[in-house]
Write a protein that binds this ligand. Structure first.
Ligand code: HEC
Length: 125
């Protein structure tokens, strides 16, 4: 009886650990990927460069960083930046927001995208 209980606890633990690991990025690796964004973005509240501040961008409606002048395309995109939306935008910026002023070819590698999103989340804490 006791043995059964600890076995199922162990199984639940393993399953619980495995599930989020699949879709999660690594913030430390993402910090390196972010070097490709740094020419234009910082993850600091209220600091816009060539691109808008990415502080708190996860969960934010597109085109709403204070004081940044967006393209019409971005301002009217109707996108909310869920992690999934950022992932597809980074894969193909101009395909997802036609007419965006973000002059960036995109991140081809899925893991790079997940990592950089994890970094942005971490740096926004
Ligand atoms: C050459 C400059 C440049 C680079 C490099 C760049 N961006 Fe951008 N980014 C911009 C500009 C400009 C905008 C605003 C686009 C518009 O208004 O159409 C933007 C917009 C965004 C937005 C939408 C923000 C919002 O407030 O709606 C996200 C998210 C984003 N960039 C993420 C990234 C990430 C992550 C990287 C690196 C992997 C990156 N960008 C690389 C210039 C850049």
């Amino acid at each position: 009886m006791l043995k059964m209980t600890s076995l199922s606890l162990a199984a639940a633990f393993v399953l619980g650990m495995a599930a989020p690991a699949v879709a999660d990025g690594d913030a430390a690796a993402g910090e390196k990927v972010f070097r490709q964004c740094q020419a234009c973005h910082v993850v600091k509240k209220g600091v816009n460069r060539v691109g808008p501040s990415l502080y708190g961008v996860v969960g934010r409606p597109a085109g709403t960083a204070d004081g940044f002048k967006y393209s019409k395309a971005m301002a009217e995109s109707g996108i909310t930046w869920t992690e999934e939306q950022i992932d597809s935008y980074l894969a193909d910026p101009r395909g997802v927001v036609k007419g965006t002023r973000m002059a960036f070819a995109g991140l081809k590698d899925e893991q790079d995208r997940l990592d950089v999103i994890a970094y942005i989340k971490e740096a926004s804490k």
